[in-house]
Design a protein around this ligand. Structure first.
Ligand code: NAP
Ligand code: ZN
Length: 348
């Protein structure tokens, strides 16, 4: 039996989101029914709704930063029970058999992970995301939100948190390492908090000086405006790791010049346009240009536990659902401080 629930959906490409209802599948033996409390707005939601990454099926309910409370569990689910505080990120399925899945990197599943929205679920239906009152998810893709984390501030950890935690850990952000974060938006502000908590020396590279005071409050040690051309001369050869979180194309070669010998520029920003890399920007200095997509399930739980242990949540602006379209405009204008989170009690 399917259940009809309230949601906000884009009715067509690049159209404003409107209230609607969608169907959720009946709770299967391995499923968890979650009553959603909060859903973060990720720039990926906007890229997807606007067709930046290719054509989509509509109506489309975005949202992959989901937190809530377990309402019901299937007969075979032992890890969760009604009332538990839980989260769902960008992924609700993967094959479970390939090398990536077995190695804990389900996001790189050989058969393709099942995205939380705009993905094809194992029953062939299209997945719909978290701007909604309820979701039914395979328990293996449900995370536990530790006590001590504010539930609303924890929502953005499910994408912005893990997407920055994973590359920061992989490329060794820690004491004695100089890390630059490019773009102080949803991902960028979590990158600053996490890199600081890991003990790295953190520099923010932002378009202007507008977010300077915020950056220091979030844990940055240095702040520079990329709009000032002198920045690239002054910081040449400075960083061990640069994490690019910008949602638009940037001049990658200029940023590669800021890497120390052997340094890595890890890209998590996902503009549709290709970025051109000058071979000499890499071979001189033995530098690397890398990419990273979210993180595995176990790693996401590790990140949530790390954030709870360090008292890290996102800096959020809580909004009712009827302000989603306005929030999209502000995200596109780089005017997010630093993640919009929808109070899902206002849906329906
Ligand atoms: P966001 O909140 O909009 O932050 C992006 C920031 O980039 C802005 O706040 C701004 O920071 C900077 N920026 C925007 N336009 C720029 C431009 N034209 N030139 C230079 N800087 C610019 O977005 P987000 O939610 O953090 O997501 C960022 C990107 O990561 C998106 O493309 C998203 O799809 C992608 N993403 C990737 C993954 C993954 O797994 N790899 C996961 C989630 C999201 P300043 O004001 O400080 O300059
Ligand atoms: Zn996201």
């Amino acid at each position: 039996m399917f259940v009809r629930v309230h949601a906000y959906a884009a009715p067509a490409e690049a159209e404003p989101l409107v209230p609607t209802t969608i169907e959720r599948r009946a709770v299967g033996p391995r499923d968890v029914l979650i009553e959603i409390r909060y859903a973060g707005i990720c720039h990926s939601d906007i890229h997807t709704v606007n067709g930046d990454w290719g054509p989509q099926s509509y109506p489309l309910v975005p949202g992959h930063e989901i937190v809530g409370v377990v309402a019901e569990t299937g007969a075979e689910v032992t890890r969760y029970e009604a009332g538990d505080r839980v989260g769902v990120g960008c992924m609700v399925g993967s094959c479970g058999r390939c090398d990536a899945c077995r190695g804990g990197s389900e996001q790189y599943c050989a058969e393709g992970m099942v995205e939380t929205y705009a993905g094809v679920d194992r029953d062939g239906t299209l997945t719909q995301g978290g701007y909604c009152t309820h979701v039914v998810v395979d328990a293996d893709y449900v995370l536990s939100v530790p006590e001590g984390l504010d539930l609303a501030a924890a929502a953005p950890l499910l994408c912005a948190g893990i997407t920055t935690y994973s590359p920061l850990r992989r490329w060794g952000a820690g004491p004695g390492r100089k890390v630059a974060v490019v773009g102080l938006g949803g991902l960028g502000h979590m990158a600053v908090k996490i890199a600081h908590a890991l003990g790295a020396e953190v520099t923010v590279l932002s378009q202007s000086l507008k977010k300077r005071e915020d950056a220091f409050r979030l844990g940055a040690d240095h702040f520079h405006a990329t709009g000032d051309p002198g920045t690239f001369e002054r910081l040449a050869g400075r960083f061990d790791l640069i994490l690019n979180t910008v949602s638009a194309p940037i001049d990658i070669n200029a940023y590669l010049g800021l890497l120390a010998v052997g340094g890595t520029l890890a890209n998590v920003g996902a503009p549709a346009e290709p970025m051109s890399v000058n071979a000499f920007a890499l071979i001189s200095g033995g530098r690397s240009f890398a990419g990273s997509m979210i993180g595995g399930i176990a790693e996401t739980q590790e990140m949530l536990d790390f954030c709870a242990a360090h008292g890290l949540g996102a800096d959020i602006e809580l909004i009712p659902a009827d302000q989603i379209n306005e929030a999209y405009q502000r995200v596109l204008a780089s005017d997010v401080r630093y993640r919009f989170v929808i109070d899902t009690a206002t849906i329906g």
